[in-house]
Design a protein. Sequence first.
Length: 151
Amino acid sequence: MIKIICVGKIKENYLREAIEEYKKRLSKYTKLEIVEIPDEGLAEPVKAMKTEGEKILKCLNQKDYIVTLEIKGNMIDSVELASLIDKKQIEYSNITFIIGGSYGLSEEVRSLSNYKLSFSKMTFPHQLFRVLLLEQIYRAYKINNNESYHK
């Protein structure tokens, strides 16, 4: 199973529709759970990360393979992500991806990470990033099943 824990709600309909489309596509390959944690908004950064982090920690299963999305994480290509997912699903029943809030992830959450992943040094809106992550997970399953999609 793939689990995505993310801070914030999706407000725009077009992003919700894209997320639903990838959820539907992924259902052919794996179970998918998306857990939304309330965004602490413009609170003081340390306090916001701490509060969001406490809520994220309650959603984690220590037996899962935990991937945190971090700007300073490892930058890999789609084939490498596919390989990571393929290998880790043999060892772990669940892979959990964590997308932090506006200020990032608390040190408590980061310390539990099995793998720190970065898509880019650029900053993306959290709502759009959820779509990007789902698309890359879908692409990974297509690659791992030798199906056309990835170019």
